[in-house]
Structure formats: C-alpha cells, structure tokens
Design a protein around this ligand. Structure first.
Ligand code: PEP
Length: 255
C-alpha cells in the first residue's frame, strides 16, 4: 500500500501576500483530508514564501516543499539555495523539473547530485522525469525515461531510494491542457519507471516507490489518473493555483 501524494507546484507565481491568501483559502479542507494519513498533500511555493506558508501550515498534516535547490551546501553560489537552509522550513524538494532541465540547463548528473544532497539533509526529493513530444512520437519514451531514472538513482542506496517520490511528467503535457491518457501514463510508470527501479534494486523497491503523474491535471481529468494502479498521486502546476481546483484534486486522491 502506497500512500497517495499530491503536490502543488506553484512555479514562479504568487507574491507572499497572495501565497497567504491561497493557503488560507484551502488549508482547512486540505488538513481534513490529510488527517489520518489517507493522502499526503504538499505545497511548493516560490522560495520567498516558504517560511510564511510553513508557518500557516504548522500543526496540520500538509507538507511544504521547495521547487529546486543546489547540490552544494554553502558558499559562493550567488542566487542558489542550499539543502540545510531548506530543511529548516520544508520537508520536500522538487528536483529536475523539466522547466529546470529545459531553461536552466539541468542535467541528469546534476539531478543525481541534488538528490544525494537532499537525502543527506533529510529532505524528501520529488524527482521529475518525462519525454518530449518528438521522443514520444518516435517511440523513444521507454529508453529516455528509463535512462533518466537510472541516472537520477545512480549510487543511491536502496533504503534511500524507497523514500524518493518520482513524478512522471511528459513534457508535452505540462501546461498545455493536453494531458496523457490514464492508461498511457500507467504503462510508462509501471513498465518503464518501476521496471528501471526493479533493475537497479529489486521488485520490492520498485513497488515501494511512489510515482506521481504530472501534466495538465485538472479536477475534470484527475479521476482517470487516480484510478490507475501504478499512479500514486499527482504533481499539479496550473490547477494548484486555484484553491477549489487543488482541493478537488486532493480529494480525488483519497481512496
Ligand atoms: C508541473 O508544473 O509540474 C505541471 C505538471 O504543470 P501543469 O499541471 O500546469 O501541466
């Protein structure tokens, strides 16, 4: 039994005041559904709002996550944020989001380094993988996504691997309104992602890791994803900025 996990990736949206407003609009309902461990909800605001959001969520079962971090832990790295800074205020960190890979040159090697540093500082990584449209249309999904998983988990011990969350996010589905099909995402997660984990570790580890689907998830299409046996939740971008939509998506994750 894997506990569902739904994370809201706010990306570069919401001022501190707006973040406060959004959290206040959904906190009570999210806290109710998170009670008793039925589902895990994570909010990932921009860095600057993390302390405020964490303070508002204190005492609730809702967790806070960052959208990125650097692999070094301190020093002359202007503009970066380190794991020992984050773990004072949050529990999760998104690593290797496709927008970071696409616009900021993040590589598989960097993703692997970030995961190791996050784990060393007791942060729970949500590691993003996913193919682009051309790869999808030319039958390269399995090789590409499998390769991303292998690279991300390189030299990571089995016990640590079990605590990592993977988000399968086909790039062509992110922010486009064109979600994958539930069955299609289920197949990539079951065969490719859990398959790579089984090769790297063992079948029990492959079955223990939680894998989210991400890419244009809305209250309308979410049931199709959560009905799939391999999908353990969602990484939600656009719909996580609307309180009613995010609450509806989280509600759908409670089995
Ligand atoms: C994301 O940012 O990870 C994402 C899946 O975005 P959206 O839900 O807007 O497609």
């Amino acid at each position: 039994m894997r506990t569902p996990i739904v994370a809201g990736n706010w990306k570069m949206n919401k001022s501190i005041a707006e973040a406060r407003e959004l959290v206040n609009a959904m906190r009570d309902e999210l806290a109710r559904m998170g009670a008793g461990g039925k589902t895990q909800v994570v909010l990932c605001p921009p860095f600057i709002s993390i302390p405020e959001v964490a303070a508002l969520l204190k005492g609730t079962p809702i967790s806070v996550g960052a959208q990125n971090m650097f692999w070094e832990t301190k020093g002359a790295f202007t503009g970066e944020i380190a794991a020992p800074m984050l773990n004072e205020v949050c529990e999760y960190v998104i690593i290797g989001h496709s927008e970071r890979r696409q616009y900021f040159g993040e590589t598989d090697e960097g993703v692997n380094k970030k995961i190791k540093t996050a784990l060393a500082h007791h942060l729970k990584p949500i590691v993003c993988v996913g193919e682009n449209l051309a790869q999808n249309e030319t039958g390269q999904t399995q090789a590409f996504v499998g390769g991303q998983v292998r690279a991300a988990f390189k030299d990571i011990a089995r016990d640590d691997a079990r605590g990592i969350v993977i988000a399968y996010e086909p790039i062509w589905a992110i922010g486009t309104g064109k979600a994958a099909s539930g069955a299609g995402a289920n197949a990539v997660i079951g065969l490719t992602i859990r398959g790579a984990l089984a090769d790297l570790y063992d079948e029990a580890t492959a079955q223990a890791v939680r894998v989210q689907y991400g890419g244009s998830v809305t209250p309308k299409n979410v049931a199709e994803f959560f009905a799939q046996p391999e999908i353990d939740g969602a990484l939600v971008g656009g719909a996580s900025l609307v309180a009613a939509d995010f609450v509806a998506i989280c509600k759908a994750s409670v089995k």
